[in-house]
Design a protein around this ligand. Structure first.
Ligand code: ADP
Ligand code: ZN
Ligand code: ZN
Length: 671
C-alpha cells in the first residue's frame, strides 16, 4: 500500500529519498504532488514519484505535509524529466523542478493573481492592436509542407520535420495553419521561439490569430503572471503555448504538435542545471505524445541537417520568398583593401557610406549591425602594453561611453577609466576596437540629419524600451537602427532596404567549433532583414576575411554550400554531429588547485572509460569568471547514452577534491 513514498528532491544527489506516509495522509498522497519533507534539518519541497510497502532504510522520517490537492506533474512529464536526468546527468528532482513555475517550487499552494496586466509583449499601444488575422491562401510550396505535416497530425504519429525555408518564405503561416488543424481536433500545441523579448513580432502572429487560446510563457513576466499562464494551461483553457525554451515543459494535455522555430538558435540550450537542449527535449516529448514536431529554420543546425540527410528527419523545403520577392543582393567589402587605399583603419567603407546616404535620400530605412556592444572594446597602455582586464574574470574590460565606465561583460564589474596606467604610471592609455555605441556615434557624425537609435542589451535594459524602439522604427520615426544580434532576428520592417554589417569577423574569431556556423547564421539572419518590402534590398558585409566560406556562402544565400564545407571540417575534427561531446568543468578560486583537480580527473577517467576520447584538460576560453578559475576536460564519443551511462558509473567512485566544483555539460553549446 502507501506505507512509504519515493520522493525526488531538487538537489544534485542522483537518487530518490524514502519517507513514511503518515496514516492520515494516505488518501491524499498521490504521484505528482508536492510534499514538505524534513531534509538535513530543514523542511524542503519534494515530489512524490511512487509508493512501496516495505523499506530497509534506517531512520525513515515522516512526510510533513502534502501540499497539493491535485497532482501538478503528470505521469507524462515525470517520464520526460526522468529522461532529462539520464541524458543531461542531473538528479530527477532537479529536472522536475525545471518544469514547475518558480512560485510553486517554494511550496506555495496557489498564488494571488493580479488582473489587468497585459499578457503579451506587444509592439503596439492598446488602441492600435492589429486586427485578428485569417488564414492566408497558401503558395504551392507552403501547401506541400502543410500537407506532409497534417498527414502526421491526423494519424497522431511521431515524426520530425525539418522545415528549411529561407527568410520571409512564409514558414510562420504554415505553423499557424498546422496549429489550427490541431485545435480543431481538440488537441494542443507548443511553439518554442528563441527569446520572447527578442521576437515580439513572431509572438504577435500567434496571439492575433488565436487570441485567448494562446498562453505566452515569458521570462519577463512577473511571478504571479507566470503562474496565471501556467494555471490557464493546466486547466485546459489555453490550447496553444508560445514561449522560450522552458515552455517545452508546459503542462498541456493531448499534445498534438510541437514547433521549434529558429531551431538552430543556441539559446535553446539551458546553461544551468538541468543543462537541457529544448530542441532535443521537444523530440523526446513528441515521441512520448505520438505527435509530429516541426523544426523550422532558414539556417538549420548542422546536427539537424545531418539527421535529415540520414533520413532520421523528413526534410521539407520552401525555397521562394512570398510573392517571389528576390533575396537581397549582398556585397562583400574587403576591409584590407580599404585600409590599403585610405592608409588608415576606418569603421565604414566608402561604399557603405554612399549606400546609406542613397537610402536616406529615398526616405528608406537602414539597419547597421555589429555583434559587440560598448564603445571601445579594450584599453591598452602604449608604453608597457598592459590591457585592462577584470580582476575577477579573465576578460578584457570594455569602455562604455554612456556610463563613462569600463565594464566586464561577464560579471558586470564597473570602474571609471584610469588616466594613468596602473602598471607603469604613464599617461598613454589608448582606446581600441569598436562596439555598437561607437558605431552609433559615428553614424550620427556622418549623417547628422538622420534619426538614429541603438538596440543592444545596454540600450534596452529598461522594461519596455525594446518594444518602444521597435515601435518607433516601425512607425518610421527613426531612419537608422544600430544594433547587436538583437536586431538580427525575426523582425519584419518592409521599409528597410539596406543592411550594413560593420565587421562580420567578430563571431568568426570566437574560440568555438561553432564559430563558422554562428557567423553564417547571423549573416543570413541579418541579411534577411533587408528587402522585405516592394523596394527590394541590399546588404553590405564588411570583413577582413572575404574568402571565408561562411561569409561567401552567406553572401550567396547558399546554405547547401556552407553545409558541405562545414560538415567536412566537423568530420575531420570529430565534432558534432559526428561525435557527441560532454564537457566537464572544474572550477575553484585557486588556480593551481583547479588545474591539479582537472589533471587528476582526466587521469582517473582515462583509466576507467573505454572507447571514449578524452581531451584536455585545457583552460576554458574565458579562464576565470567571477573569481573562479575554470578548466575543461572534454569527452568525445559516438553514442551519447552509452557515454553518459559510463560516465555516471565512473563518477560514482570519484572523490572530488575539497573546494573544487565539477560541472557536467552534455552537448555543450560553448567551450
Ligand atoms: P518566415 O516565417 O519564413 O520568415 P513569414 O511567415 O513571416 O515568413 O512570411 C513573410 C511575410 O509573408 C509575412 O508578412 C506573411 O504575412 C506573408 N505571407 C506568408 N504566407 C503568405 C501567403 N500564402 N500569401 C500572402 N502572404 C503571405
Ligand atoms: Zn603602462
Ligand atoms: Zn568580471
Amino acid at each position: 500500500m502507501k506505507e512509504f513514498a519515493d520522493i525526488a528532491i531538487a538537489i544534485p544527489v542522483d537518487r530518490l529519498f524514502t519517507y513514511r506516509v503518515p496514516e492520515t495522509s494516505r488518501k491524499k498522497a498521490e504521484v505528482g504532488k508536492r510534499v514538505f519533507v524534513p531534509f538535513r534539518n530543514k523542511d524542503v519541497v519534494g515530489y512524490i514519484i511512487g509508493f512501496k510497502d516495505k523499506s530497509d532504510a534506517k531512520g525513515i522520517k515522516n512526510i510533513k505535509k502534502i501540499i497539493d490537492e491535485q497532482p501538478i506533474i503528470s505521469n507524462h512529464l515525470l517520464g520526460l524529466t526522468k529522461w532529462i536526468s539520464e541524458t543531461y546527468l542531473c538528479s530527477w528532482g532537479q529536472a522536475i523542478a525545471a518544469t514547475v513555475p518558480s512560485v510553486l517550487k517554494k511550496g506555495k499552494v496557489s498564488v494571488k493573481q493580479r488582473v489587468g496586466t497585459g499578457l503579451v509583449p506587444t509592439l503596439y499601444p492598446p488602441d492600435e492592436r492589429p486586427v485578428p488575422t485569417k488564414p492566408l491562401s497558401l503558395t504551392v510550396e507552403q501547401r506541400e509542407v502543410l500537407k506532409s505535416v497534417l498527414f502526421k497530425i491526423d494519424r497522431e504519429d511521431y515524426k520530425t520535420f525539418l522545415l528549411h525555408g529561407i527568410t520571409a518564405s512564409g514558414k510562420t503561416e504554415v505553423y499557424l495553419q498546422a496549429i489550427e488543424r490541431v485545435l480543431n481536433k481538440g488537441r494542443t500545441s507548443i511553439v518554442l521561439v528563441p527569446e520572447i523579448a527578442l521576437t515580439p513580432q513572431t509572438v504577435e502572429r500567434f496571439t492575433s490569430r488565436f487570441g485567448e487560446k494562446v498562453a505566452v510563457v515569458h521570462s519577463a513576466l512577473i511571478g504571479s503572471m507566470r503562474y496565471r499562464e501556467w494555471k490557464r494551461i493546466t486547466d485546459g483553457e489555453a490550447k496553444i503555448v508560445v514561449g522560450a525554451r522552458s515552455a517545452i515543459f508546459s503542462p498541456v494535455k493531448n499534445l498534438g504538435l510541437i514547433i521549434v522555430d529558429e531551431e538552430h538558435e543556441t539559446s535553446y540550450k539551458q546553461e544551468d542545471v538541468p543543462r537541457y537542449h529544448a530542441r532535443d527535449v521537444a523530440l523526446m516529448r513528441a515521441r512520448l505524445s505520438n505527435c509530429p514536431v516541426i523544426l523550422g529554420s532558414a539556417t538549420p543546425s548542422l546536427e539537424s541537417y545531418y539527421l535529415a540527410e540520414k533520413k532520421k528527419f523528413e526534410l521539407v523545403k520552401i525555397t521562394k520568398r512570398i510573392d517571389d520577392r528576390d533575396l537581397p543582393k549582398v556585397k562583400i567589402v574587403d576591409m584590407r583593401m580599404e585600409l590599403a587605399t585610405r592608409k588608415k583603419l576606418v569603421m565604414f567603407s566608402k561604399i557603405l557610406i554612399d549606400s546609406i546616404q542613397k537610402a536616406l535620400d529615398k526616405g528608406q530605412q537602414v539597419m547597421i549591425f555589429l555583434n559587440r556592444r560598448g564603445f571601445s572594446t579594450y584599453v591598452n597602455c602604449k608604453k608597457c602594453g598592459l590591457v585592462l582586464k577584470c580582476k575577477r574574470c579573465d576578460s578584457v574590460l570594455v569602455y562604455h561611453y554612456e556610463t563613462k565606465s569600463l565594464m566586464c561583460h561577464y560579471c558586470n564589474f564597473r570602474m571609471s577609466p584610469p588616466d594613468i596606467c596602473p602598471q607603469c604610471r604613464s599617461s598613454y592609455m589608448k582606446y581600441f576596437g569598436i562596439g555598437t555605441e561607437k558605431v552609433e556615434s559615428e553614424v550620427a557624425r556622418l549623417f547628422p540629419e538622420a534619426r538614429i537609435a541603438r538596440m543592444d542589451t545596454d540600450a534596452t535594459s529598461k522594461r519596455g524600451s525594446h518594444a518602444r524602439i521597435l515601435g518607433e522604427f516601425k512607425k518610421h520615426n527613426l531612419d537608422i537602427l544600430v544594433g547587436t544580434q538583437m536586431i538580427a532576428k525575426g523582425l519584419d520592417f518592409p521599409r528597410v532596404t539596406l543592411v550594413g554589417v560593420v565587421n562580420s569577423d567578430v563571431t568568426l574569431n570566437l574560440p568555438d567549433f561553432r564559430a563558422s556556423e554562428r557567423t553564417f547564421n547571423l549573416l543570413t539572419q541579418v541579411a534577411g532583414r533587408a528587402g522585405r518590402g516592394e523596394e527590394g534590398g541590399e546588404v553590405i558585409i564588411q570583413t577582413y576575411a572575404p574568402g571565408h566560406y561562411a561569409i561567401l556562402s552567406a553572401s550567396k544565400h547558399d546554405y547547401e554550400k556552407f553545409y558541405r564545407e562545414e560538415i567536412k571540417t566537423r568530420k575531420e575534427l570529430s565534432f558534432p554531429p559526428f561525435k557527441y561531446i560532454i564537457k566537464l568543468t572544474m572550477r575553484s578560486r585557486n588556480e593551481k588547485r583547479t588545474l591539479d583537480a582537472a589533471h587528476k580527473l582526466r587521469d582517473f577517467l582515462i583509466k576507467k572509460l573505454k572507447d571514449i576520447e578524452i581531451v584536455g584538460p585545457a583552460p576554458s576560453p574565458i579562464s576565470k569568471v567571477r573569481g573562479f578559475f575554470r578548466w575543461n576536460v572534454l569527452l568525445k564519443g559516438k553514442n551519447r547514452s552509452t557515454m553518459c551511462e559510463a560516465l555516471k558509473k565512473t563518477l560514482a567512485h570519484y572523490r572530488r577534491p575539497p573546494g573544487v566544483i565539477l560541472a557536467i555539460d552534455v552537448d555543450p553549446i560553448s567551450m
